[in-house]
Ligand binder design. Sequence first.
Ligand code: M6R
Length: 366
Amino acid sequence: SKDGFAHYMLKEIHEQPTAVANTIAGRLYNDQVCKYFIDEPIADILKKVKNIHIIACGTSYHAGLVARYWLEAITQIPTQVEIASEYRYRKPVVPDDTLFLTISQSGETADSLAALRFAKTAGYLSTFAVCNVANSSLDRETDVCFLTHAGPEIGVASTKALTTQLTVLALLTLKLAEIKGVDPAVRTNLAKQLRTLPGIINQSLMLNDQIEVIARQIVRRDHALFLGRGVHYPIALEGALKLKEISYIHAEGYPAGELKHGPLALVDENMPVIAVCPNDELLEKLESNIEEVRARGGELYAFVDHKSKHGLANRVNHLIELEASGSFTSPIVFNVPLQLLSYHVAVLRGTDVDQPRNLAKSVTVE
Ligand code: M6R
């Protein structure tokens, strides 16, 4: 049942604090990743990993893109991320000691399963998966499966599934950081951020009414541009995917530094530009990208935190302030208001939010 929510999507967005808490429960203790989550045999595989290939589709692919930023920055393990339907039909090179990692909510996505079946013949160290459905084809066929504890996701648009995938990938990053001997103070900080995540997501949900106000402006537009940099670039991609999927507004996500290489030509007073602007080491760069949009009259909507808001307040038309989280969990937190934004735009447009046209929840054919 929808528990009094108008749509499954809205219910599932609101379930995220609990879903994250359930996904972490029993897996993190005293800032260490528990053996119950990653036991000795799995840790032995991880000790050998020299490269990681992540393969997925749609929103799950975006989870992989975020994980690459984490894995390379924190553990220095070279990581590639690829869309399953591309990967399965080329001839990928598999260096020695490469780990294959599939991410899928349903565990039944045809292209992701085909990629896994290929990987099993391609000399990988092992095949790992992140999946929300126990006993799915993916769970049964992969060597190791880490389950997300999101509970059933009914809405076609992936919301709590992504958030819990990222939670599992963060735990995996933390485990690899332990194995690689990353500074314990750094690891403690990452673990703390994970533990406070449910509370911070809860705060983001309280922005609902403010987000509905900006949705009323975006609903009249035919296009939208989402911008982010660094680990928030995949969050911009995800914001755009969600908007097009459920509201049928054409949207694109771009790394903000790419603006002047093409998309800036689209920007005028009719183009809403939605920017993900946490206070991180790329903020100054992002501010100058935002200046480029402003100079062309683009309508700017910035998602900020209490530190990044100062430099942006007089540059943008609309500011939405989130509770500051640490830089590790920040992409998870900033994704939440973007989910609410596409939800409200879709409701205002009167589309079938939970069952958008032409789409299926689980894509079992290629
Ligand atoms: O079940 P999966 O995670 O393998 O599904 C992958 C995509 O089909 C899925 O994420 C799709 O992009 C969503 N509808 C996006 O909201």
